[in-house]
Design a protein around this ligand. Structure first.
Ligand code: FES
Length: 126
């Protein structure tokens, strides 16, 4: 991540590296209102030049994307679960997504071929 980003925030439960707490804690601790800047772990970030990339348990990613939305930070989630075929034919692991089609409020995307990374706002979480 350090090779791809100007700055990277790490979080650890033990506090031995980066923010002391979970990534959700770090975002909950952040200040900002979706405006010009937010502050995470003492560092100031322009939200439009920041990305929250989450991977892990669904409840954590759900909480992370909510906090990132509060701060106006673009967010992506990687929905990786056990996959059977991995080529899009068995439909074992799919997620409900919002659709741009006005007559179709949503459809199911196959995480193996349509993802696994999605913009968090494109996923139906409820
Ligand atoms: S794992 Fe079979 S459709 Fe995705």
């Amino acid at each position: 991540m350090a090779a791809l980003a100007d700055r990277t925030i790490y979080a650890s439960d033990a506090g031995d590296i980066g923010f002391h707490g979970t990534c959700v804690d770090a975002l909950c601790d952040a200040t900002g209102d979706g405006g010009a800047a937010c502050q995470i772990g003492g560092l100031v970030f322009p939200p439009e030049k920041t990305l929250v990339a989450a991977i892990g348990p669904m409840p954590m990613m759900n909480a992370t994307r909510k906090q990132a939305a509060r701060l106006g930070i673009p967010r992506q989630v990687s929905l990786e679960e056990r996959m059977a075929c991995g080529i899009g034919v068995c439909l074992v692991w799919s997620c409900k997504t919002r659709s741009d089609e006005p007559r179709q409020p949503g459809h199911h995307a196959r995480c193996c071929v349509d993802g696994p990374v999605f913009r968090a706002e494109d996923v139906v979480w409820d």
